[in-house]
Design a protein around this ligand. Structure first.
Ligand code: IMP
Length: 423
């Protein structure tokens, strides 16, 4: 069975925990888009791990992790992550981790440009500053440097020289910056190449070969549906396809090899960075839920904006993503609330809108139409069967299911690995 796990909101849905649980039963886990902008948190006992580039399944012994061609790899960030794990007694071997030869490499000028562009923009996106947008832009404009280029000093030299010639002019003339030294970047990246060489291979061939041997694969999506470059709240999005279509193109595995799509959603909604957010809480409620749900970015530490569950968004993500099952994460964060609201539609200029709109003005000004439900007002983290949840919690979950139109299979009720209900 080959499964894709995606986020159906603005990222941070708790995919790390879900993937960690599901990866127990699969042979290979593949990251297929995004880069070190992602932050997947996994808790095992008293230990907490945050992954940015490494697939979360790296914690499971004997499982293979793949960084696919659709990922933009920052070798500095990746090696720091690997070294961090080594210090905690987990060595990442080339047998366990494979990096796609054709994945693109994040360069220092990408990170700097990310920051400079943000500073200059009137309407800021609120990027993570990890160079993601500029790296994907170079990929598309065909001047990117790939992992395979790093491994061939002659090719790397020529490409880097060519890039710096153009980019240094740009940095000087547009941003009044001094630009970059070839020698510094070249020697820094040659060091990374030496350390990563053994991990790099044609991961598309590798994964397909394993699939032909009936091995099972989990495709680990990063970010969420509304940060998708095509389907998200553009331009307040990331630069890759975070929706299910990213999995085949970002891994080289055919669509026909994918058996199931599971989407993670929070029992409420959060968003980091700028952009429209129809169900956003007022400041007081925002602070309350942020504190309860520990809603701070795993990558940048920024406070996440919080709001009610928005079924208009998730329904759109389900239609465009062909979800088979939903996983509701962090239901326990709502434990103490007296009343819980669910957005079932939007109201705009006196009309009821059942569907998400790509019109910026509509999505910014639309007022949510809420259904109010009573809260359960007791802890639920010890419950392991759906029927044993308080009736109000069951009713809330069932209402979400009905509004989104996708069966809810998993309900996470705490941050520990075992705090989950499987229906
Ligand atoms: P970028 O991906 O760094 O270019 O940032 C673009 C937008 O995506 C910003 O609003 C970020 O806050 C958001 N973003 C990127 N990665 C994540 C993530 O893993 N979780 C939540 N938001 C993210």
């Amino acid at each position: 069975m080959n499964i894709v796990v995606v986020g159906a909101q603005w990222g941070d849905e708790g995919k790390g925990k879900l993937i960690d649980i599901l990866s127990k039963d699969v042979d290979i886990t593949v990251r297929y888009q995004g880069g070190s902008n992602a932050g997947h948190t996994v808790r095992v006992g008293d230990e907490q791990y945050v992954f940015h580039l490494l697939p979360s399944a790296i914690l499971r012994k004997g499982k293979i992790c793949v960084i696919g061609n659709g990922v933009v790899v920052d070798p500095k960030a990746l090696l720091e992550e690997m070294d961090g794990l080594k210090r905690r007694g987990i060595a990442v071997t080339p047998k366990q981790l494979k990096i796609a030869v054709n994945s693109h490499v994040v360069m220092p000028y990408h990170r700097i440009l990310d920051g400079l562009r943000e500073k200059m923009r009137e309407h800021k996106i609120g990027t993570t500053g990890r160079g993601i947008g500029p790296c994907y832009a170079d990929k598309v404009t065909r001047c990117g440097i790939r992992m395979v280029d790093l491994l061939n000093p002659r090719v790397f030299r020529a490409k880097l020289q060519d890039n710096l010639r153009e980019k240094n002019e740009y940095f000087k003339k547009v941003f009044n910056q001094k630009g970059f030294h070839f020698d510094e970047i070249y020697s820094e990246y040659m060091t990374y190449a030496r350390r990563l060489r053994a991990y790099v291979c044609d991961t598309a061939l590798f994964v397909n070969e394993e699939i032909s041997k009936k091995k099972s694969v989990l495709f680990e999506g990063a970010q969420g549906a509304f940060l998708d470059i095509d389907f998200g709240t553009y331009p307040y999005v990331t630069s890759s396809n975070t929706t299910v279509g990213g999995a085949p193109s970002g891994s080289g595995v055919a669509v026909t090899s994918i058996d199931k799509v599971i989407a993670a959603v929070k029992a409420y909604t959060t968003r980091v960075g700028e952009g429209p957010f129809p169900t956003e809480f007022d400041p007081k409620m925002d602070e309350e839920i942020r504190a309860k749900g520990k809603e701070f970015g795993a990558t940048t530490g920024r406070a996440r904006r919080c709001g009610w569950f928005d079924s208009v968004l998730v329904r759109y993500a389900a239609v465009t993503g062909g979800f088979d099952e939903l996983a509701i994460m962090k239901l326990d964060v709502l434990d103490e609330l007296k009343t819980i609201k669910l957005c079932s539609a939007y109201k705009y200029k006196g009309k009821i809108l059942k569907d998400f709109s790509h019109d910026y003005e509509v999505i910014c000004r639309a007022k949510p139409v809420y259904i109010e439900m009573p809260g359960w007002q007791k802890p639920i983290n010890a419950v392991r069967e759906f029927r044993k949840l308080p009736p109000q919690a069951r009713a809330y979950v069932e209402r979400m299911e009905e509004l989104v139109g996708v069966p809810i299979k998993y309900i996470s009720i705490g941050s520990e690995r075992d705090e989950i209900i499987v229906r």
